[in-house]
Design a protein around this ligand. Structure first.
Ligand code: HEC
Length: 124
């Protein structure tokens, strides 16, 4: 007859491991729950980026208006018009319509310094 306490302990262990797995993959991510939100996250919410883009690691950033930022660093062109360098990315974020007059992405009013912080985060 199997040892009931042993089975009980195993069940508890499985539940704890499952809980830990959920905590690690949770949305918002654990870092955010612990109050370690990078300032870039805050900026991407404040300027509406999160409303239009899906941003990996940023809670509630599930926008479907523009492309997801998943794999962004590997892309060659931004908006199909500007090379995806750090400089190009900052320029795009600050004033996309200066680069692509007909783009659906609006100029959000974000400053160059703030855009640089987002780029530091996205290109890290
Ligand atoms: C109203 C919706 C909207 C908002 C707000 C918005 N974007 Fe966009 N974004 C778009 C759309 C639509 C595109 C696709 C543009 C195109 O291809 O012409 C885009 C494209 C981009 C791209 C290029 C992606 C690629 O793969 O080509 C980046 C990077 C980007 N946005 C970053 C941002 C950041 C950072 C913010 C916040 C400061 C922001 N966006 C705010 C809609 C938005």
């Amino acid at each position: 007859m199997p040892n009931r306490r042993l089975i009980g302990s195993a069940v508890v262990l499985v539940v704890l491991l499952a809980g830990a797995a959920v905590a690690l993959t949770a949305d918002p991510p654990l870092g955010e729950l612990l109050g370690e939100t990078p300032r870039a996250h805050e900026l991407m919410r404040r300027y509406g980026c999160a409303g239009c883009h899906e941003i990996p690691g940023v809670a509630a950033a599930r926008g479907q208006v523009g492309p997801s930022f998943e794999g962004l660093t590997g892309r060659i062109y931004l908006g199909g018009v500007v090379r995806n360098t750090r400089e190009g990315l900052v320029n795009w974020i600050v004033d996309p319509r200066a680069l692509a007059p007909h783009t659906a992405m609006p100029t959000t009013g974000i400053s160059r310094e703030e855009a640089q912080e987002i780029v530091d985060y996205l290109h890290r």
